[in-house]
Design a protein around this ligand. Structure first.
Ligand code: IPE
Ligand code: IPE
Ligand code: MG
Length: 246
């Protein structure tokens, strides 16, 4: 079997399991989210070391507003404070930050922090870090369709792709969800069409470098066929690509 030889260029992660991590220790859920932030810091460093070019993380979904108000407020505060604290390090490490999500509904502190973080790191290029916050795949498709319609463009795959909130990066190669659930929960519904899916039972705060390496090893063992057959893939290694039928 021919397998993909290159590591993933773009990794997307549903960072799930913070609440359970805290409950297991009889701590408030917010303590789990704080530990989740530590895990993200470690994961960013690990991605840089492994020459991953894009890391897209799901930090707060369109549906997470349904949580108790104190948890929602706690998550907003955590993000605002993390931005203020972490941006200098991201800057040093060559990370370019993008905020991906609906800015409406976010407090001024959070949206200003995100805009400042984006502006401060705009010249970096070692790793693109997309923080999906107040994001949902359905929200993204709706806003993209609205943009295409507003410009009176024909509805094509390319036009929609270009109008989506992640138009600045290629689709994720590897889609990881921690915490044991095997669902997408409205993350990257369009962009994950051909991502390799990997589900880890580890709770996000416990997802360390070796867990990331296991996910990458699983990715490397997969054959990405994109609709073709295995035989075609081995042939195409020495032949020019056939044009895609319209
Ligand atoms: C993921 O962890 C983080 C957010 C959704 C903000 P959870 O808070 O969903 O943790 P569990 O799934 O309850 O353990
Ligand atoms: C998905 O996790 C959202 C984030 C990790 C930010 P959830 O914990 O909200 O997903 P469900 O509710 O279990 O599907
Ligand atoms: Mg969860």
């Amino acid at each position: 079997m021919s397998v993909s030889q290159e590591g993933p260029n773009h990794i997307a992660i549903v960072m799930d399991g913070n609440g359970r991590w805290a409950s297991k220790r009889l701590l408030p859920r917010l303590a789990g989210h704080r530990q989740g932030l530590e895990s993200l810091r470690r994961c960013i460093a690990a991605c840089i070391e492994r020459q991953v070019k894009v890391l897209t993380v799901f930090a707060f979904s369109s549906e997470n507003w349904k949580r108790p108000a104190d948890e929602v407020l706690g998550l907003m505060d955590l993000l605002a404070n993390a931005l203020a604290k972490e941006v200098p390090q991201l800057l040093k490490d060559g990370v370019r930050l993008y905020f991906v999500g609906d800015r409406q509904g976010l407090s001024k502190k959070v949206s200003d922090g995100l805009a400042q973080g984006e502006a401060a790191t705009a010249h970096n290029s070692r790793l693109v870090l997309n923080v999906c916050f107040n994001y949902g795949g359905r929200w993204d498709m709706v806003q993209a369709a609205g943009k295409v319609a507003a410009f009176g463009k024909p509805i094509t795959e390319q036009a929609i792709t270009d109008a989506l909130a992640l138009a600045h990066v290629s689709d994720p190669d590897l889609f990881i969800r921690t915490g044991g659930e095997m669902r997408l929960s409205n993350f990257l519904l369009w962009q994950a069409a051909y991502s390799e899916l990997y589900f880890s039972k580890k709770l996000w705060p416990d997802f360390d470098e070796s867990a990331l390496d296991q996910a990458i090893a699983a990715f490397l063992s997969r054959e990405r066929r994109f609709g073709m057959t295995s035989a075609q893939l081995s042939e195409s290694e020495d032949r020019p690509k056939l044009p895609r039928p319209k």
